[in-house]
Design a protein around this ligand. Structure first.
Ligand code: KG4
Ligand code: ZN
Length: 355
């Protein structure tokens, strides 16, 4: 039939155990199944992720998650062509659970093992949308731990192992990243100051819906002629504002939330559009957990309109950490000829993509 490869994607870099079965078909990447065990309720109790606790939960949930993903995907281990696993960046104890599981599966089945960078996974999530991004692409990855602008070049030769019309990735280069806090971290930390539950991004965004962005906050590094970001100053400004205004009413809290969100969106959009104008990519990709933020998606799409460069954002289900994006990034890796023997794979918690 039209399926050329079936890839298992395993993701355990932070607080989601997620496993997916993805078919590489002539027409595109088809997610046959995706099962995610979220640890949000556990980490809400501590207001953030405790690595040791996250690892224990991954260890408890990974086998049931695997079995359910195979069952729903109607495949057995024997049907798989490759096993893709996140080996970094992320929490080392959490990554270890996914990597050791993948290593064991690869050893026992003899299947090809692919080590996948988590950030590459967020970039790859854009190929799960309705149209495949054209390369070279400028990718903005915004997650809890990363804010990065990456250049995704096109592979020199078309690859028969990818869907028709989908070009393989060539060199991936880091154009700029955050010097301190990530965008998601800025959402999470300011949300915490406002007494909102973990994870702060969606909660702050919800509160912002009934607020107006009228509190003056800094747009760190927005006008500097580079692709670097910095969000720590924004967090400090919010802390000071709360010290000066300790008794905010509900409307004022919503206004502050809307102002924080606006400041983050302005910086992300401003800096991305600047790079689009100078580098002229064939498409722009927005990925990572913060890509779920509706005002960010809307503002970036609007700002890109005059440039006529199309924006590709992953469908909502694939913006947060998930196994499907890891399988797709694994397919690109495989097409480029990369694979890792089961006795060589290692976790790399600080793996920096494109450096
Ligand atoms: O990519 P992701 O699931 O995990 C990491 O790789 O870090 O991203 C999680 C981040 C968290 O900081 C979370 O607060 C943020 O994504 N996030 C959001 C929204 N949904 C998730 N931030 C703003 N608005 C949202 N709707
Ligand atoms: Zn992530």
């Amino acid at each position: 039939m039209s399926t050329t490869k079936i890839i298992l994607g395993i993701e355990t870099s932070c607080d989601d155990t997620s496993i997916a079965v993805v078919a590489v078909e002539k027409t595109g990447f088809a997610v046959r199944s995706m099962v995610t065990a979220s640890q949000v309720l556990t980490h809400q109790k501590t207001g953030g992720v405790v690595p040791e606790v996250a690892a224990r939960e991954h260890a408890a949930t990974i086998m049931p998650t695997l079995m359910e993903a195979l069952r729903r995907g109607r495949v057995s281990l024997a049907n798989l062509d490759a096993i893709a696993v996140t080996s970094g960046p992320g929490l080392s104890t959490a990554l270890l659970v996914g990597v050791e599981t993948a290593r064991t599966l690869a050893f026992a089945t003899g299947k090809t093992l692919i080590s996948v960078n988590h950030i590459a996974g967020h970039v790859a999530s854009a190929w799960l949308g309705s149209a495949a991004p054209k390369l070279p692409a400028l990718a903005l990855v915004v997650s809890g731990g990363h804010t990065e602008l990456l250049w995704i070049a096109q592979a020199k030769n078309p690859n028969a192992h990818l869907p028709t019309g989908v070009h393989g990735w060539g060199k991936v280069s880091l154009i700029g990243c955050t010097r301190d806090d990530a965008a998601g971290e800025a959402f999470d930390k300011t949300a915490k100051m406002l007494g909102l539950p973990y994870p702060g991004g969606p909660a702050l965004s919800k509160l912002a819906e009934r607020g107006k962005p009228i509190v003056e906050l800094p747009r760190p590094m927005l006008n500097e002629p580079n692709a670097e970001f910095s969000f720590a100053g924004l967090k400090t400004a919010v802390r000071r504002y709360l010290e000066l205004h300790p008794k905010l009413n509900s409307q004022q809290r919503a206004n502050l939330a809307a102002s924080v969100q606006q400041a983050i969106v302005d910086v992300l959009v401003g800096k991305t559009v600047r790079e689009v104008k100078t580098r002229k990519p064939a498409s722009v990709i927005l990925g990572g957990g913060v890509a779920a933020n509706a005002p960010l998606r809307t503002a970036l799409a609007k700002a890109l309109q005059p440039t006529r460069v199309p924006l590709h954002v992953a469908p909502l289900a694939y913006t947060m950490d998930n196994g499907a994006m890891i399988a797709v990034a694994g397919a690109f890796s495989l097409a480029a000829g990369h694979r890792t023997p089961w006795d060589k794979i290692e976790v790399d918690p600080m793996w920096e993509l494109g450096r």
